[in-house]
Write a protein that binds this ligand. Sequence first.
Ligand code: SIN
Length: 333
Amino acid sequence: MRTSLLSLAACALAFASCGALADNGPLVIKFAHVVADNTPKGQGALMFKQLVEERLPGEVRVEVYPNSSLYGDADELEALRNNDVQMLAPSLAKFEQYTKQLQVFDLPFLFDDLEAVNRFQKRAKGRQLLRSMEKHNIVGLAYWHNGMKQLSATRALQVPSDAAGLTFRIQPSAVLDAQFSQLGATPLKLPFKEVFGALQSGKVQGAENPWSNIYSQKLHSVQPYITETNHGVLDYMLVSNSRFWYAIPHQIRTELEGIIDEVTYAVNRQAEEANQADRRRIESAGTSTVITLTAEQREAWRAAMRPVWQQFEADIGADVMSAAQTVNRKKRD
Ligand code: SIN
């Protein structure tokens, strides 16, 4: 109770309406996201809620809104900046209007695997990017993994020219737009909740997603071919409204930060296995042919997409680019 009163006072001083803090009630954190509960992010959000309510009973309450049920891609970041929602974990491709530096994560074939992504996120440059949107009232609290992306389509994508002429759904990212244009395909930006319908109706013929999003959205049921390209990463930044976050009394915020560390560790440790399990489920469903590439075939996809890097180097920054290129184990150009 004492902390609740302190919270109330601190929030009132620092921020006119500290989240959904009710007069005498707990601090309410609304956590919205666009994916299903049975995904790495969905599980992370639920674990955060559970730990917060176990460790800060009566002081903080977490409400989780999955599947774009509160806000979706089009409005969630604006809602966060307005403090209508207090926590989100958008994919890194969705921050483009607030910082160009995070475009580094969308560059195709920059990171060899999720372990390389993990190393980059833990190093100084990666950690600095968590603070790259503070002037827009967005604070990054952690990186959460989903997984490496695979290409899916209505026809078999074996070599890069197979993608030419198809329309692919993309996230709102100039890098991803350039990546598909580079292949002679047409990129179309669509919110995540519209992906299944757009594939089913034929509005788009292809997409790029990690296995967990393909499986949980049933995209395999409308994509007869999935090529295991692992050509890019789909990860998240757990974010809050900066003014809201820093107005939380120190003792509570420290507890929340400890919980976030714990949840981040669990999400990031399990994400790869969750994706591999969903890959197996997709294969068992028998709706799609999963195409694996030889090293030479994968190299051809890399060569076809690699020119995109130059176009974004200036915006991302040479320092960020070169830090990202040191995290792969294999030496490359
Ligand atoms: C998500 O995993 O949050 C959705 C990513 C997408 O829009 O493809």
